[in-house]
Design a binder for this molecule. Structure first.
Ligand SMILES: Cc1cc2nc3c(=O)[nH]c(=O)nc-3n(C[C@H](O)[C@H](O)[C@H](O)COP(=O)(O)OP(=O)(O)OC[C@H]3O[C@@H](n4cnc5c(N)ncnc54)[C@H](O)[C@@H]3O)c2cc1C
Length: 365
């Protein structure tokens, strides 16, 4: 079993940012993700003829480090500016989007990196040179419980993403195979904290109590998302996004106005409390409720298709104060990173991945 320098769990923006930095600095890296494509909560899918962002809707760049990354994306046409605010008058701060949907950012970062999707990491076992990482190949949509059940109003089960919108597909995953293992000198876990804890508990990791406590303290709100294609224009005002402070709906995004879709399609995000309250109810009931609550934004046009996506760990509400956590120290560290470390948004996740990679570079020499 060849020894890799770092195995990264999670091909969201935190994991991919870290992997790129580690690889650019000369370390060998493998990224494993249980989803069928890269991106994690940077998620774009096909609904009928529409292309729809259903996780993160846009991103901002407040730090010099992330702004440098965004400038590269803008220059390469991977991202573009959407607008300077959603309220009137706009606050003037640029909001950016992936030019072909938010997943485009992750696809760009994944280029040239050994990313194996459809591959769940089951646990870590210490070996003399580092860690044996147990993996399990998942069939179909391995998105699992960051992203819960997906249904259509007809109840036809997992919604498909159509070609091209959720990453490279299972080709990389095929390398892993069912029940196989890889080994590395260090591991970076960027899964949401409850999943990170479960992963660390599943193996034989000597996890210090303070690390378990720090991970256990992190909290998330879920988000229920309705993805709706409509026959004509929506009633969402320019620039195509509405942020709401009250009521069951927190966000309404018009994917056509945003420039991601060629045909009318609206994303409705329920608020954290609304999503929590509806978590256990049948998906069809949730979808109907979201469509009713968002009817004013959909306008008079007929709904062609609607899908529900459930994000269990959508938005960190209690975060860790540092950019990463060294969960297990020593010469073979296990480091945790992601948007729950620092700021709970795309930029925060990227900065966390970057900082975690810096820590690993120092520790691995
Ligand atoms: C509905 C919604 C709306 C949002 N809106 C915005 C927004 O408008 N602007 C903004 O800045 N941010 C927004 N966010 C937050 C933003 O999406 C996140 O902060 C960011 O994408 C998190 O990146 P990450 O890499 O930390 O985690 P993730 O993207 O969650 O990546 C973690 C990855 O780990 C993988 N994984 C988990 N367990 C395992 C395992 N055992 N084995 C293998 N892989 C595993 C998962 O499949 C996942 O791909 C939103 C999030 C959601 C859900």
């Amino acid at each position: 079993m060849p020894l890799t320098d770092v195995i990264v769990v999670g091909a969201g923006i935190a994991g991919l940012t870290a992997a790129r930095r580690l690889q650019d600095e000369g370390l060998s890296v493998i990224v494993l993700d249980k989803g069928r494509g890269v991106g994690g909560r940077l998620a774009t899918r096909r609904v009928g003829g529409a292309r729809v962002d259903h996780g993160a809707q846009f991103f901002t760049a407040r730090s010099d480090r992330f702004r440098a990354q965004v400038d590269r994306w803008l220059e390469a046409g991977v991202a573009r500016e959407w607008c300077r605010g959603f309220r009137q008058p706009p606050d003037g701060h640029p909001r950016y989007v992936g030019a072909a949907g938010m997943t485009a950012l992750a696809k760009d970062l994944a280029g040239g990196v050994d990313v194996r999707v459809g591959t769940a990491v089951g646990g870590l076992t210490p070996i003399s040179a580092g860690w044996a990482v147990a993996t399990r190949r998942l069939a179909g949509d391995g998105g699992g419980d960051t992203r819960g059940a997906i249904t259509t109003p007809e109840g036809t089960g997992p919604g498909d993403t159509g070609p091209g919108d959720t990453g490279p597909g299972p080709t990389g995953a095929e390398k892993a195979g069912a029940g196989s293992a890889a080994s590395s000198r260090a591991v970076l876990v960027t899964a949401p904290a409850p999943q990170a804890l479960a992963l660390l508990a599943a193996g034989t990791v000597p996890l210090p109590a303070e690390s378990a406590e720090a991970l256990g303290a992190i909290r998330y709100d879920p988000t229920m998302a309705a993805l709706v294609t409509i026959e004509g224009p929506s009633a969402v005002p320019a620039p195509g996004g509405v942020q709401l402070d009250e009521g069951p709906i927190r966000w309404v995004g018009d994917n056509l106005a945003k420039g991601v879709s060629d045909v009318p399609a609206v994303t409705l995000h329920a608020s954290g409390p609304e999503s929590t309250a509806r978590w256990e109810e049948p998906p069809d009931a949730t979808l109907s409720a979201l469509l009713a609550a968002g009817a004013g934004w959909l306008g008079p046009s007929r709904v062609i298709e609607a899908q529900l996506v459930r994000w269990r760990y959508a938005q960190p509400t209690v975060t860790h104060p540092d950019r990463f956590l060294v969960a297990v120290g020593g010469p073979h560290p296990v480091v945790c990173a992601g948007d729950a470390f620092g700021e709970a948004r795309v930029e925060g996740a990227a900065l966390s991945g970057w900082a975690a990679a810096g820590e690993l570079l120092e520790r691995l020499g």
